[in-house]
Design a protein around this ligand. Structure first.
Ligand code: PNW
Length: 507
């Protein structure tokens, strides 16, 4: 007995003597950065590019942008693409996520006329990445709809899914020999809720009662059409994957009461469930709880039928399962309450439909963006929730990042704190069994931050927008990110010994 206890004691002692296992990202984990066409490219009318909804809105209503600016030149990646790829090499990126401008490739939106100069720009960009072993991850649509399609109703036209499929086929055909990771849409919520149901993204339609819901249905059907085109006609020869990116911030209950839990569930459905459920769930279509709420309120408000459309059984089947992965853009979190912290909402609207209160602890670290605070564990909470709800999907974090003010200097300690916290949360999710395949930091460089213009900066690289060359300079966070990528470990104490970038061998 004594000997037995001694053995156990020895085993425990030797376990303690072992160095604690370091938390590492897997070697095949794809580390990258992300950008979007309108935010970085410029060249708004260069070489045959057509007008899109951001060109039209910023040119005709400049006052809707905080600093009256636009993306006419932006970071001028149209002319600086080699420097962009050099920065990717400096950081040692495995992958780079960027988007294609629909109207640069198809100036009117339709596939009868292909703008070869636009195709050549993306060929050059992609070839330059491939040359240095950087995996392109390509978003087909990051908010810059060809204006002509908007004139026809955009996402509210029932023909939208066909237009999108035609565009997708051109893109798969042209670039699919080199691009193996496709994302159809970036953030349906921002497209539909902000652009159609509200006024915080182009085309600022402000159709608060039905805009979001009808856009959502056409968008997911368009997504499914592009996905099926890829699977049926390209996948066998091109061997890639195709998915969608949805913004999933964390919305947890303020207390553990059943009322708060229901309120949080309603808010999650309003934020991302109406886009994710039709694609990833087993029941298909819009989520049940929010559908019931909108149907009931619509009738009370005198509408003949629910303001939220339904999916027919055929449509449900068409859309279900139409994604090889779930792309998650994650930034922050909010607590949800059934009856506290409520505000007056315009009625009828999505927020009035769900009618819940929201709260964010004042002690959470604040960025330069009003909506963005450092919320501990929120990536873990989101990913484990999605993993359980939608049964073991494959995930990429396709965006995550932090904003600072334009005048703040290159020593961006808060951004470093944010990235370390977020990446630890990703490791927590991986350890909990979530299949996370990659992480893209938003953003490679400062860019046109939509309605905020150039007043909020998300870049690992600073961009000087007063300089015609649009000179790019790494912030301290760029060096910290580079070290995490190189070592696959988050060292909380790492300090770069220089702020001059270099390219490691092999890149
Ligand atoms: C994303 N939120 O949008 C976009 O995909 C990027 O183009 C954008 O520059 C970036 O985040 C930073 O804003 C978001 O309210 C907009 O939580 C709003 C939210 C999240 C992401």
């Amino acid at each position: 007995m004594l000997r037995y206890l001694l053995y156990i004691g020895l085993i425990i002692a030797s376990c303690n003597a072992l160095p604690k296992q370091e938390r590492r990202f897997p070697d095949d984990f794809l580390f990258g950065t992300a950008t979007a066409s309108y935010q970085i490219e410029g060249g708004w009318d260069a070489d045959g590019k057509g007008e899109n909804i951001w060109d039209r809105m910023t040119h005709t209503k400049p006052h809707v942008i905080k600093d009256n600016s636009n993306g006419d030149i932006a970071a001028d990646s149209y002319n600086n693409y080699k420097r962009d790829v050099e920065m990717m090499r400096e950081l040692g990126l495995d992958a780079y996520r960027f988007s294609l401008s629909w109207s640069r490739i198809l100036p009117s939106g339709f596939s009868n006329h292909i703008n070869e100069a636009g195709v050549a720009f993306y060929d050059n960009y992609i070839n330059e990445m491939i040359k240095y072993n950087i995996t392109p991850m390509v978003t087909l649509y990051h908010w810059d709809l060809p204006q002509k399609l908007q004139d026809l109703g955009g996402f509210l036209n029932p023909l939208f899914p066909e237009w999108f499929e035609d565009y997708a086929r051109v893109v798969f055909e042209k670039f699919g020999d080199r691009v193996k990771h496709w994302i159809t849409f970036n953030e349906p919520r921002e497209i539909c809720y902000e652009g159609y149901g509200w006024t915080t993204k182009a085309p600022i339609l402000n159709v608060t009662d039905i805009g979001t819901y009808y856009c959502a249905k056409n968008l997911v059907i368009g997504h499914a059409s592009a996905y099926k085109a890829y699977v049926n006609d390209f996948k066998a020869t091109q061997n890639g994957e195709c998915g969608i990116t949805i913004s999933v911030n964390w919305f947890g209950p303020l207390t553990d009461s059943a009322e708060d839990e229901y309120a949080a569930e309603l808010r999650r459905q309003a934020e991302w469930g109406i886009y994710a459920n039709p694609i990833f769930s087993e029941d298909g279509g819009f989520p049940k709880e929010i559908s019931e709420v909108v149907a009931k309120k619509s009738l009370e408000q005198g509408y003949k039928k629910s303001r939220m459309p339904e999916f027919t059984d055929e449509e449900k089947k068409y859309v279900q399962g139409s994604s090889d992965f779930f792309g998650v853009n994650h930034y922050t979190a909010t607590y949800i309450s059934a009856d506290e912290y409520k505000t007056e909402y315009i009625t009828p609207s999505l927020l009035a439909d769900i009618d819940v209160g929201s709260y964010r602890p004042p002690e959470w670290l604040s960025s330069a963006s009003a909506w963005l605070k450092l919320s501990p564990n929120s990536i873990y909470n989101s990913l484990t929730h999605l993993h359980n709800k939608f049964k073991n999907r494959k995930f990429y974090i396709t965006e995550n990042g932090w904003s600072t003010l334009p005048e703040s200097d290159l020593i961006d300690e808060d951004r470093i704190t944010y990235y370390r916290s977020a990446l630890n949360s990703v490791l927590d999710a991986i350890e909990a069994g979530v299949d996370v395949k990659g992480y893209m930091a938003w953003s490679l460089m400062d860019n046109f931050e939509w309605m905020e213009g150039y007043t909020e900066r998300f870049g690992l690289y600073h961009v000087n927008f007063d300089d015609p060359e649009r000179t790019r300079t790494p912030r301290k966070s760029a060096f910290v990110y580079k070290e995490i990528l190189r070592t696959r470990v988050i060292d909380p104490n790492y300090e770069p010994d220089t702020l001059t970038m270099w390219i490691d061998e092999g890149h």
